[in-house]
Design a protein around this ligand. Structure first.
Ligand SMILES: CC(C)(COP(=O)(O)OP(=O)(O)OC[C@H]1O[C@@H](n2cnc3c(N)ncnc32)[C@H](O)[C@@H]1OP(=O)(O)O)[C@@H](O)C(=O)NCCC(=O)NCCS
Length: 146
């Protein structure tokens, strides 16, 4: 299930972040900033045996942060849970709220993310040189309804 972030999710989110972005992980202050500034736009994916998210064995396995107009700030899924559609569900939650319109910056070298967003209907709008300091970003945009 997908629900809003609560502060008790922070440790799990930091683990997911460190694994997904070893060279550029957000720290706890950044996550708490987004949680406070955009409480409706910081979602977590909770996986458990029952599918309710209420089991004691439930685990946070992914997250997405986005601006209200649909710009995705960050998304990651724990590596052991990838390729099961959870990332897609997280982006679809954004698309539902933003009427199918969304955008995201992707590292030029992140082939997985490029494939992932293309499959979700995003296409390349422009390249932003040295957006990440050492690397260009691709601005990918989705304009249609879902
Ligand atoms: C990008 C990410 C969030 C995708 O999450 P996920 O839960 O694995 O995504 P899904 O299972 O919904 O994948 C949907 C589709 O994306 C594509 N895709 C996802 N991972 C892929 C991979 N490793 N190789 C090729 N295609 C891939 C496939 O088309 C896939 O559909 P399929 O499994 O039916 O072939 C995840 O790989 C991740 O956390 N990566 C590290 C962090 C990151 O790069 N975030 C994006 C920054 S902009």
């Amino acid at each position: 299930m997908i629900r809003k972030f609560t502060n008790s999710d922070l440790d799990a989110i930091l683990e997911i972040e460190a694994e997904a972005f070893p060279k550029s992980a957000y720290n706890g202050f950044i996550f708490l900033y987004y949680a406070e500034a955009y409480p409706d736009n910081f979602l977590v994916y909770v996986c458990d045996d029952t599918g309710t998210g209420l089991s004691e064995l439930s685990e946070i396995v992914g997250y997405i942060i986005f601006y209200p107009q649909g710009h995705i700030v960050s998304i990651a899924v724990r590596s052991a849970y990838r390729r099961r559609g959870m990332g897609t569900e997280l982006v679809e939650a954004v698309l539902k709220r933003a009427k199918g319109i969304a955008s995201v910056e992707v590292r030029a070298s992140n082939e997985v993310a490029k494939t992932f967003y293309k499959r979700l209907g995003f296409s390349l709008r422009t390249v932003i040189p040295r957006y990440y300091g050492d690397e260009d970003a691709l601005l990918m945009v989705r304009t249609g309804m879902i």
